[in-house]
Design a protein around this ligand. Structure first.
Ligand SMILES: NC(=[NH2+])NCCC[C@H](N)C(=O)O
Ligand SMILES: [Mn+2]
Ligand SMILES: [Mn+2]
Length: 361
């Protein structure tokens, strides 16, 4: 608690430097300081986030309290078991790992989402389970808003990748110009019009930039949630024709495996970081475990050969930590029923440890 207050105090002081109207109330007394910060978090989240984001030296990202939620949506793809992703990652030691990193966090458990669907394509929309997925993602969005209003750093454990629809919908209200890093073998830019499968987990980045089904793009209001040019995809190697068109037409930055081979992961990540730092006021990491080569993460529904290794991914994520640009994170598509042992969840936990600052030395 004391540590949280100190972190908030530092942030508030920085903000006060920029907005002198609030300086007086911060220094009235300690009690009032706490009350003030509470109101301030509710009312001025975007300024607060802006300041945290701008603070490069202080590692606010990790000193900040992390709010963990499980979002076990599974019916935006056909394989049973991705609803067990959150429990698999907790079982693989996520919480102990965070404790040993001395992180401040709270695990809010899993939210309630509809788990049953019928997997028939609706001929009108070319989508499967739209009602249930809309409902589930409204709950994800509400929970993310709740966590942000407390001033916490959201970490969302999926679930299939459709949960990004809800998490980004919840997050966007706290930013003016949010960015996203989409670490994934797939760009997830389909819509009912282009999807080869009708599976909504292949549409979540598309929905977030305002493409596709009205009911999905309007979750939590004001859309599109992210400008297409604020989205950076890393590791793409399975791109449908309709998605290729969107990437080109909308100016989405997409570093494919070709780019990673050619320039190396370090260079690609530096490009992505510099690009987003200049143009956004917060960056969400949407981390699909199928972004990693399936040699390391076999327990996932749509594995694609030829991805970045464990080491490259680990390095990429530690670059994000060092750059201190992230303001929220999600990890998706861990499916223990398709796994060898609990290997994929273990790798996912290793990767989350890198994102939150674990170092070899
Ligand atoms: N989040 C994922 N794993 N997405 C896989 C999408 C696969 C394919 N592009 C589709 O739209 O059906
Ligand atoms: Mn994927
Ligand atoms: Mn994905």
């Amino acid at each position: 608690m004391l540590r949280d207050v100190l972190v908030f105090k530092k942030v508030a002081e920085d903000v006060a430097g920029k907005h002198d109207l609030i300086l007086h109330s911060i220094y009235c007394n300690r009690f009032q300081f706490c009350i003030f910060i509470h109101d301030f978090v509710e009312l001025n989240q975007s300024i607060l986030t802006d300041t945290m984001f701008a603070d490069k030296g202080g590692n606010i990202t990790v000193n900040h309290k992390i709010g963990i939620i499980g979002a076990p949506i599974t019916i935006a793809q056909p394989n049973m078991g991705v609803d067990l992703g959150p429990v698999a990652m907790r079982h693989a030691g996520l919480i102990d790992r965070f404790k040993s990193l001395n992180l401040t966090f709270e695990d809010y458990g899993d939210i309630d989402v509809p788990l049953e669907g019928n997997f028939e394509i609706d001929p009108k929309t070319n989508l499967k389970n739209l009602d249930e997925i809309t409902k589930g993602n409204e709950s994800v969005a509400n929970k993310v808003v709740e966590i942000k209003k407390k001033g916490e750093f959201p970490l969302i454990l999926g679930g299939d990748h459709s949960i990004a629809i809800g998490s980004i919908a919840g997050l966007h209200q706290f930013y003016n110009n949010m960015g996203v890093i989409w670490y994934d073998a797939h760009p997830d830019l389909n819509s009912g019009e282009t999807s080869p499968s009708g599976n909504i987990h292949g549409m979540s980045l598309g929905v977030s930039i305002g493409i596709g089904e009205e009911r999905l793009i309007s979750i939590n209001g004001r859309y599109p949630k992210i400008k297409p040019e604020n989205a950076v995809i890393i590791g793409a190697r399975s791109i449908d024709d309709g998605e290729k068109k969107i990437i080109k037409e909308r100016g989405i930055r997409c570093f494919t495996m070709h780019d990673i081979e050619k320039y190396g992961m370090e260079h690609v990540m530096n490009e992505a970081i510099t690009y987003l730092k200049e143009r956004t006021d917060g960056v969400h990491l949407s981390f699909d475990v199928d972004g990693i080569d399936p040699a390391h993460t076999p327990g996932t529904g749509t594995p694609i050969e030829g991805g970045p290794s464990y080491r490259e991914t680990h390095y990429a994520l530690s670059q994000l930590y060092d750059a201190n640009i992230l303001t929220s994170v999600e990890v998706v598509e861990v499916n223990p029923l398709l796994d060898q042992g609990n290997q994929t969840a273990e790798v996912a936990v290793d990767m989350m440890a890198s994102v939150f600052g674990e170092k070899y030395l």
